[in-house]
Structure formats: structure tokens, C-alpha cells
Design a protein around this ligand. Structure first.
Ligand SMILES: CCCCCCCCCCCCC[C@H](O)CC(=O)SCCNC(=O)CCNC(=O)[C@H](O)C(C)(C)COP(=O)(O)OP(=O)(O)OC[C@H]1O[C@@H](n2cnc3c(N)ncnc32)[C@H](O)[C@@H]1OP(=O)(O)O
Ligand SMILES: NC(=O)c1ccc[n+]([C@@H]2O[C@H](COP(=O)([O-])OP(=O)(O)OC[C@H]3O[C@@H](n4cnc5c(N)ncnc54)[C@H](O)[C@@H]3O)[C@@H](O)[C@H]2O)c1
Length: 332
């Protein structure tokens, strides 16, 4: 595998402003290097937690963004969420000037068009990114909608946490197969620097390079992944967090002490139970159970969901989003 030296990468960048600079060592290893984005118009499906964050970051780095959801209520919630996040970023960026903070926030939000018109939004995009509900059938339906109207050259990526990229795009038209891949962002998107760039079986090198350079252009640290369950982080995160759960089941330690141990002993920003509540216990159960019952990890105890995780989900304790999970968030 070759790697471009920094001087070659720099030369490319200087000679062709919109060049696709593969500013990374393909022997693995991430490199955080700002390059010109190969995309101008980005259409994102799903204005929830992740879609909103991806839209915010793409607009912050001068992409023209269309953010699509099923109804105006979802879009209004998204706009509020993005604005509140932008205000936090602006306060740090322009601590001395409220007017600059306002200008920054309004400048970014003006680059995002909130719409329910799916076909129109997909019809003139350079990059289409889906961040809709983690359900392969619903994602496949969206793929079919985009397939019918998007430009031939569009790159189509998924932000899935746990599904196989190849399964999501299984029914896409033949001509588009080289132009699909995965762009797995982390929550919260404005804060988490990592972007997992996934090369599926049909992804062309050109498409991979475009996705990778888009990630670099929006300030992310990009890593290269194969289309395997959980890519890199979740493949390691799920077994770690499930074993934490089993420790509680065995009575080895409390959730609180395990969280403290990982924060103050391993330097994690959140312990496993705080994180599970943060990303959602329903999501966590869905992912681990999906891998355990219907993936290349089928029957692997490393990803077997513990009983008490399922009990919490069955009881409607989904984590912060429902006010209670491993911890209670409603008590003052
Ligand atoms: C036990 C059984 C579990 C079962 C298995 C589970 C398997 C896992 C399931 C996977 C689900 C999908 C996962 C997904 O595919 C991949 C992921 O996303 S994994 C999650 C990755 N994210 C993390 O690990 C989060 C780690 N936490 C943090 O980094 C921080 O806690 C935080 C979230 C950034 C919050 O920081 P805090 O210090 O705690 O709190 P603050 O509120 O002060 O924020 C600090 C700092 O950041 C700025 N900030 C925070 N959020 C935002 C935002 N949304 N927008 C803008 N800015 C934000 C804030 O302003 C602060 O700035 P500062 O003032 O400090 O400069
Ligand atoms: N939450 C996380 O920590 C996290 C992190 C990384 C990746 N992901 C992945 O990102 C995706 C979205 O996750 P999320 O947490 O943002 O979910 P979410 O539930 O917050 O948002 C999903 C949004 O998609 C919308 N939607 C559903 N079907 C749609 C359609 N056909 N067209 C347009 N919009 C549609 C829903 O209305 C909702 O607003 C999932 O694939 C998830 O696995 C989640």
C-alpha cells in the first residue's frame, strides 16, 4: 500500500485547489489535515441528533446544506438544537464580541435549508448522507428514493452505527455501486473529532478519497474502515460496555463505581453507563442484539445483550432521552 508524502500532498493541494488530496498514509493511521472539500452541495436525510450535527459542521465549513426530515416539527426541533450548539461554539470562538457571535451563528444557519421535500433535496446534491432511523428496511426505502432522482455522479453515504453499508445499498442501481460508502460520525458531532470512513465492497477508490477528503475539509480526524460490524470504535465499544453491564449483574461492582473507575482510572470522558444512557439504551440494545442474532458475530457472547439491559429497555428506561436509564435524570 502506498502513502503520499506530505510534500506531494502539499504540492497537489497548491497546484489544484479542488484536487482530491489523499493527505493520509494509507498504511493506516489517521491524519488531521485540512483540504478543499470535493463537495459543494450536501443533502442530509434525518434531522435528528446526528443529522443536525452533521449539517451544522458541514455548513460551518462552507458547504451548502439541505437537511431533510419527514415533518416540520422535526425540522423545527433540529433548527433549535443546531442554534443552541452554534451559540456554545460561538461563545468560545468570539468570547469578546457578541455581535461576532451572532454573525457567526446566523452565517452558518443560513447555509442550511430545512425541508421535507426529499426528491428535490436529492436531485442536485454532490453528496447525499443518510442519518435516519437505524432500520435497514427504512434505509433501503430511502436509498430507492434517492437512486431515482440523484445526479449520476452523486456520492451516497450512510452514518449507520451498526448495519452493514453493503446491506443498506444492496438494491441500489448498478451504476451507482462504486459511489456508495460509509461516513460514521460520533455524538455530539460538533465535539467529537473522529470520522470513520468506510470502504464497502463496491466503493471505488475515487469515492473513498472524496469521502475522506470531505471529512478532512470539515476538520475531522479521519480513519479508514472496512465494512465490518461496528467498524472500529463500536466494535470495541460494544463488548466493553456490555461487560460493564455483566459486572453489575454479577455483583462485582456498582454502575457508579465502574463509571468512576473508567473516568479517573482510564481517562474516559464518560464511564460506560453514562455513555450508554447518553447514546440511548434502546439503541444500545438494538445494536448488540442485532449483531448477536443476525450478523457475522451471530452467537458471539462478546456482543450478547445482558438481561438487565433488555429489562431496562422493556421498562422504557432508554437513558437521558427518556429521563431515566441506568441513572435517573428527573430527580433534582
Ligand atoms: C452498558 C451496556 C451498554 C450496551 C452497549 C452499548 C454499545 C454502544 C452503542 C453505540 C450507539 C451508537 C454509537 C455511535 O455509533 C458512535 C458514538 O457516537 S459513540 C459515543 C461517542 N461520544 C462520546 O464518547 C462522548 C464522550 N463525552 C464527551 O466527550 C463529553 O462528555 C461531552 C459529551 C462533549 C460533554 O462534555 P462535558 O464536559 O461532559 O460537558 P459540557 O457540557 O461542559 O461540554 C464540554 C465542552 O463541549 C462543548 N459541547 C458539548 N456538547 C456540545 C454540542 N452539542 N455543541 C457544541 N459544543 C458542545 C461545551 O460547550 C463545552 O465546551 P468548553 O466550554 O469545555 O470548551
Ligand atoms: N445517536 C448516536 O449516538 C449515533 C452516533 C453515530 C451514528 N448514529 C447513527 O445515525 C443514524 C441516526 O441516529 P440518530 O441518533 O440521529 O437518530 P434520531 O432518532 O435522533 O434521528 C433520526 C431522524 O431520522 C428521521 N427520519 C426517519 N425516517 C426518515 C426518512 N425516510 N427521511 C427523512 N428523515 C427520516 C426521523 O424523523 C428522525 O428525526 C442511525 O443510523 C444511527 O445508528 C447514531
Amino acid at each position: 500500500m502506498i502513502s503520499l508524502s506530505r510534500s506531494v500532498a502539499r504540492a497537489n493541494k497548491l497546484s489544484a485547489p479542488c484536487s482530491l488530496v489523499r493527505a493520509y498514509s494509507s498504511e493506516g493511521g489517521a491524519e488531521k489535515k485540512r483540504v478543499q472539500s470535493p463537495f459543494e452541495k450536501v443533502t442530509i436525510f434525518g434531522s435528528g441528533l446526528m443529522g443536525s450535527g452533521i449539517a451544522q459542521v458541514s455548513a460551518t465549513y462552507n458547504h451548502s446544506v439541505k437537511l431533510v426530515d419527514l415533518n416540520e416539527t422535526a425540522l423545527e426541533k433540529s433548527q433549535k438544537y443546531i442554534m443552541s450548539s452554534l451559540k456554545r461554539v460561538a461563545k468560545k470562538k468570539f468570547p469578546e464580541s457578541t455581535s461576532d457571535q451572532v454573525k457567526f451563528c446566523e452565517g452558518v444557519i443560513s447555509k442550511i435549508q430545512f425541508t421535507t421535500k426529499a426528491e428535490e433535496a436529492a436531485s442536485d446534491a454532490d453528496l447525499v448522507l443518510e442519518a435516519i432511523v437505524e432500520n435497514v428496511e427504512i434505509k433501503r426505502k430511502l436509498v430507492a428514493t434517492v437512486d431515482a432522482v440523484a445526479p449520476n455522479s452523486v456520492v451516497f453515504a450512510t452514518n449507520t452505527s451498526s448495519l452493514k453499508v453493503g446491506d443498506i445499498f444492496a438494491n441500489i442501481s448498478e451504476a451507482r455501486r462504486p459511489n456508495v460508502g460509509g461516513l460514521h460520525f460520533f455524538n455530539p458531532v460538533p465535539q467529537m473529532k473522529l470520522l470513520e470512513v468506510v470502504k464497502a465492497d463496491t466503493t471505488s477508490q475515487e469515492t473513498f478519497d472524496k469521502m475522506f477528503n470531505y471529512g478532512l475539509s470539515i476538520g475531522k480526524v479521519c480513519v479508514s474502515c472496512k465494512d465490518t460490524p461496528g467498524f472500529i470504535v463500536n466494535r470495541l465499544l460494544v463488548p466493553y460496555m456490555l461487560e460493564a453491564m455483566r459486572m453489575v449483574e454479577r455483583g462485582d461492582a456498582t454502575a457508579k463505581d465502574i463509571d468512576s473507575s473508567m473516568k479517573y482510572g482510564a481517562g474516559y470522558p464518560m464511564g460506560p453507563f453514562e455513555l450508554a444512557d447518553y447514546v440511548g439504551l434502546d439503541t444500545s440494545y438494538f445494536i448488540s442484539n442485532g449483531w448477536y442474532t443476525n450478523s457475522e458475530l451471530k452467537g458471539n457472547d462478546l456482543v450478547k445483550p445482558p438481561k438487565n439491559l433488555k429489562d431496562l429497555v422493556d421498562a422504557g428506561r432508554f437513558g437521558t432521552k427518556s429521563g431515566a436509564g441506568f441513572y435517573d435524570y428527573t430527580k433534582k
